[in-house]
Design a binder for this molecule. Structure first.
Ligand SMILES: [Zn+2]
Length: 113
């Protein structure tokens, strides 16, 4: 047998499986499942945190950087953090649409307006 990388991987895999049986595959699958579960829990926690922030600020949060805009004077029409122009009615409509969906919130890489 020519010793190529795929052949070597096959020999190592076969040797590991012979020693450990199918437990290695069960452990591997469990780790993948645990990773998916942790990712989902982190996603839900971030979403709940953002919903709390939206409730505290009457949906007036910068869609680009999440800076709370509710305490700013009405004469200021740009986010002081990132400079994005904002209109409170548009922002509220955007966040209310997001709350009804299961999509990702707007991020700095995806400004909505
Ligand atoms: Zn901003």
């Amino acid at each position: 047998m020519v010793m190529t990388i795929p052949n070597l991987l096959l020999r190592v895999t076969t040797a590991v499986e012979a020693r450990l049986g199918h437990w290695v595959w069960a452990a591997h699958s469990a780790l993948i499942g645990l990773g998916i579960l942790i990712s989902w829990l982190l996603y839900r926690a971030d979403r709940a945190k953002l919903k709390g922030l939206l409730d505290e600020n009457q949906h007036n949060i910068c869609p680009r950087c999440r800076y709370p805009l509710s305490s700013l004077p009405l004469t200021i029409d740009r986010c002081p953090e990132c400079g994005t122009a904002h209109n409170p009615a548009q922002i509220a409509a955007l966040w209310q649409t997001w709350e009804k969906s299961e999509h990702e919130p707007p991020t700095p890489r995806q400004p909505r307006f």
